[in-house]
Design a protein around this ligand. Structure first.
Ligand code: ZN
Length: 443
């Protein structure tokens, strides 16, 4: 088999990997690189393939054209609903005569993206439940399997392609969380079974391969939130919480605590609307009757006006955790809404700033403005959704793959995982492989 490392091997983002076996090609993930889009967003709204390619936001899948592989692509498999995994599908899937597969939530988010961007989308979208398998038909037939895993959005999966030469296991993104606050635990049984069957190649995230730790469970993030919300003086304060819009489990904790504080929980912003309504549509939103979900600017404005009169009766959940210009929190900080922040009010970042230059600058500006109003800022009330070095070690031991291909990072991150593999007996260049975007390797 040949593995093509198309995107996400020189950066964190635009994940895309293709596997060629016999005369058939299967694609894993098809994501966007977000930093160039964040930079561009204020000036222009409409996106298309050409424009996105020109700013480096799409994986360079044109390498498949030059090798005459494009027409051999039989399926596009998407592991989870984050934009760096699914976000490029609306723009490039139509280059392939192939169906797109993913869990119901992931596919619902994809449908929303297609609708929002008004894309004329022709590929068939196929929903596959976590912990089930399906057949990919090509020159030969293959079984593919979506294995339930824990991460920072619901219905995340590892993806296994069963081939006569062994399994290709695609493990972007995951952590091992035995106390997820929504959804099931990782399917360790399936992973062990696949390990026994024989994994030819493991494509695995390297984001935190250098962090010597086990990533804590989501229950710890819930505990951190509880601590801030119930052990600080906020009785008469306005409370604003911002977090990743796709993090439905985190949102669930926030809503439950808001109710316990006897506050009305109000969700504000487009991206929250996008993910929360997708979760509602596939019946995976346990708090759907406990919130008011507001999308459009006019309604947001009216609601904030009302909240401003009784700030202590509400808990606001809004967009803007990365300081994104035009997000609700950014607009509140810039005095562009009717909500006045004062020295008693709390702004809780249940998130971590994703360390790209543009995010750091945006977040810095936002904090400066919030502080000027005297708001109390609570940063990093959060735990990550990505495996640490010791999770990765356990994972590799569990799977015992023949080859390891570190993914989802730039060279230092990939190298950290290759180094871990080295500690575990893998040989760089022989059984562990540091790849770059646009390369391929025959195994
Ligand atoms: Zn992810």
């Amino acid at each position: 088999m040949k593995i093509f490392t198309i995107g996400g091997y020189n950066e964190v983002g635009k994940n895309m990997t293709a596997v060629k076996i016999n005369d058939d090609v299967v694609i894993f993930d098809c994501g966007l690189h977000l930093p160039p889009i964040v930079e561009l967003e204020e000036q222009e709204r409409t996106m298309n393939e050409k424009r996105l390619r020109s700013i480096g936001a799409l994986p360079e899948d044109t390498i498949l054209d030059s090798l005459d592989l494009r027409r051999k692509v039989r399926a596009i498999l998407i592991g989870h609903a984050h934009l760096d995994h699914v976000g490029a599908v609306p723009y490039i899937a139509q280059r392939y005569n192939a169906d797109v597969y993913g869990t119901p939530f992931t596919m619902q988010v994809l449908k929303t993206l297609i609708k929002d961007e008004e894309v004329n989308f022709k590929n068939k979208i196929r929903e596959v439940l976590p912990n089930s398998s399906f057949t990919i038909k090509g020159k030969k037939n293959y079984t593919a399997e979506l294995i339930n895993i824990t991460h920072s959005t619901i219905q995340s999966t590892m993806m296994a392609l069963h081939t006569p030469e062994g399994v290709v296991l695609y493990a972007n993104d995951f952590k091992f969380d035995n106390a997820p606050q929504l959804g099931k635990k990782p399917n360790y049984e399936a992973l062990k079974r696949i390990g026994k069957e024989g994994v030819k190649a493991l494509v695995v995230e390297s984001l935190y391969a250098s962090e010597e730790r086990k990533t804590p469970s989501e229950k710890i993030a819930r505990g951190l939130l509880e601590d801030v919300l119930f052990a600080t003086d906020n009785k008469n304060s306005g409370i604003i919480v911002t977090t990743f819009s796709s993090h439905i489990a985190r949102l669930k904790s926030i809503v439950e605590f808001g109710k316990k504080l006897n506050r009305n929980v109000i969700f504000l912003g487009r991206s929250l609307h996008k993910y929360v309504s997708a979760a509602m549509q596939v019946k995976l939103c346990p708090f759907q009757n406990d919130i008011l979900l507001v999308k459009y600017r006019k309604q947001v404005e009216a609601v904030l006006k009302k909240i401003n009169k009784n700030k202590d009766k509400y808990l606001i959940v809004c967009t803007g955790h990365q300081g994104e210009p035009g997000s609700i929190l950014d607009r509140i900080a810039k005095n562009e809404t009717a909500l006045d922040l004062s020295s008693r009010d709390q702004v809780i970042f249940s998130s971590k700033t994703i360390p790209s230059e543009i995010n750091i600058a945006n977040k810095g500006q936002l904090e400066k403005r919030l502080k000027k109003k005297g708001a109390r800022i609570f940063n990093e009330v959060h735990v990550s959704g990505h495996a640490g070095r010791e999770d990765l070690r356990d994972f590799i031991n569990m799977i015992q793959p023949e080859h390891i291909i570190p993914a989802h990072g730039d060279l230092p991150k990939l190298s950290a995982l290759a180094e871990l593999a080295g500690e575990m007996g893998y040989k760089l260049g022989k059984t562990s492989h540091i790849m770059q975007n646009g390369q391929n390797i025959e195994l």
